[in-house]
Design a protein around this ligand. Structure first.
Ligand code: AMP
Length: 439
């Protein structure tokens, strides 16, 4: 057992997994650009109050999972690693006066989030999200556009089957009455509730609805539904969102129990699942409208909507389907040589190739040619450049490992030959050609 391991709830992304993440990041960046989102980068930690106020104090994310940072100097400030991106981005929107920019301000960010939760399969203490936020647009059309963007992302990621769950959770006008109705519904059953749900009944009764405790299933099935109690404005908004989704041909399932864990959501709420895998820790991603958030963080009331799609669970789902592309060799070509001692020539040829844009590795060992060739083959590179006596005439041998062919090539033509050979390998039969290309 090695003395040090990655901290509990975190993991190292080894090259195959990292390249799967890289591909998802590329798909995310390309889609975000096509839909008019620009990149933002906020700090990985904020004043804890940004999350406490924004996300809501009585939520799992804050009560149980906020990754607080202990620090030595007593500056009277309290920090926390970001558990989600929206609060930090809206904080930045307010801080930088983005309300004076043309609205909506459409921002995207992909990066790690942190929740100090009990780790288990698909639940990590550090995980990655692709985030989209459109701030300053009250909808309803943009709500549909963002849901469609999420669906496009999953399709391009290789998960065509992803299902969309949709709900409206009302707003400050209609939710209080609904919460009162919900409290009244559960109150007579309070003694029967599991302890944690009993506590939630007093603090945040909405949370009971998405309880995954089997003891709650029957009770929850009869609970009043928010969609039956929406105020006229929220009802009209929800109807219009659904109308826009219909125009786009987006199929979804209405899920009245979908309330989302965070306080700041209003009206439209949605989540993405693999069919049949709906349950705790199974959501692939989710989002919703947060018209009250800017106000909570000290800004002017500003509507907004966004989503956070977890990348880790996508990679797990692709792995489970056997659809994770095996990682590419780091190099296109390896430069080997007949003279084991002549590392300088191999290094020089590889350096020239790299200057010409080719991913080339020189074998810098002093092993015999046979051993150098063996390790190049193991690396799954497409080409080997063999330096031998022909160099005296300005030539090298170029071996195509896939085709099993070999030819004499003038050193001056080598980079061009490798570039066109690499291209034909990349576009060869059986390669996946996602719009974002291969990473
Ligand atoms: P949430 O803000 O909780 O709805 O999270 C949005 C998405 O981030 C989820 O649907 C997951 O895909 C992902 N996610 C949230 N928490 C974790 C976690 N602890 N580990 C891995 N992925 C997570």
């Amino acid at each position: 057992m090695p003395p040090f391991r990655a901290p509990r709830g975190t993991r190292d992304l080894l090259p195959t997994e990292r390249s799967a993440f890289r591909r998802l990041e590329a798909v995310a960046a390309d889609l975000a650009r096509r839909y008019g989102y620009r990149e933002i980068e906020t700090p990985m930690f904020e004043e804890a109050a940004v999350f406490e106020r924004g996300v809501g104090a009585v939520t799992d994310v804050i009560e149980k999972e906020l990754f607080r940072i202990a620090h030595r100097s007593d500056e009277g400030e309290s920090w926390a690693l970001r558990p989600e991106p929206t609060a930090g981005i809206v904080r930045a929107y307010i801080q930088h006066g983005m309300q004076t920019w043309p609205q909506p301000v459409k921002l995207t960010m992909t990066g790690p989030m942190f929740r100090y939760d009990r780790p288990q399969a698909g639940r990590y203490r550090q995980f990655w999200q692709f985030d989209i936020e459109a701030i300053g647009d009250p909808g309803p059309a943009i709500d549909a556009e963002i849901i469609e963007l999420g669906r496009s992302f999953y399709r391009l990621a290789g998960l065509d089957e992803v299902e969309i769950l949709l709900n409206s959770i009302g707003d400050a006008a209609c939710r209080p009455a609904y919460i009162a109705a919900l409290t009244a519904y559960y109150a007579p059953h309070a003694d029967r509730l599991p302890a944690i749900e009993r506590e939630r009944l007093h603090k945040n009764p909405l949370r009971l609805l998405d309880s995954k405790d089997p003891a709650m299933a029957e009770l929850n099935a009869g609970a009043p539904r928010i969609t039956d109690q929406l105020c006229d404005a929220c009802q009209a908004h929800f109807t219009a969102v659904r109308g826009h989704l219909a125009v786009l041909g987006i199929v979804y399932r209405l899920e009245p129990a979908l309330v989302r864990g965070l306080d700041y959501y209003t009206r439209t709420a949605f989540e993405f699942y693999i069919p049949g895998r709906q349950g705790q820790q199974q959501a692939l991603g989710g989002g919703g409208r947060y018209d009250g958030l800017a106000g909570l963080l000290g800004g002017r009331p500003t509507p907004g909507i966004g989503f956070g799609l977890g990348l880790d669970r996508i990679v797990l789902a692709l792995q489970a389907k056997g659809a994770l592309e095996s990682s590419e060799a780091a190099s296109v070509a390896v430069v080997v040589g007949a003279d084991p001692a002549d590392t300088a020539t191999r290094l020089r040829v590889a350096t020239d190739l790299r200057a010409a844009g080719i991913a080339a590795r020189a074998d810098l060992s002093r092993r015999k040619l046979g051993k150098q060739l063996e390790s190049a083959a193991k690396e799954r590179v497409h080409f080997v450049v063999i330096i031998g006596d022909e160099l005296a005439d300005g030539n090298v041998q170029l071996k195509d490992l896939d085709a099993g062919s070999q030819q004499l090539v003038p050193l001056a033509d080598l980079a061009r030959k490798l570039a066109s050979g690499d291209k034909s390998h990349r576009h060869g039969v059986g390669e996946s050609q996602g719009p974002a290309g291969r990473s």
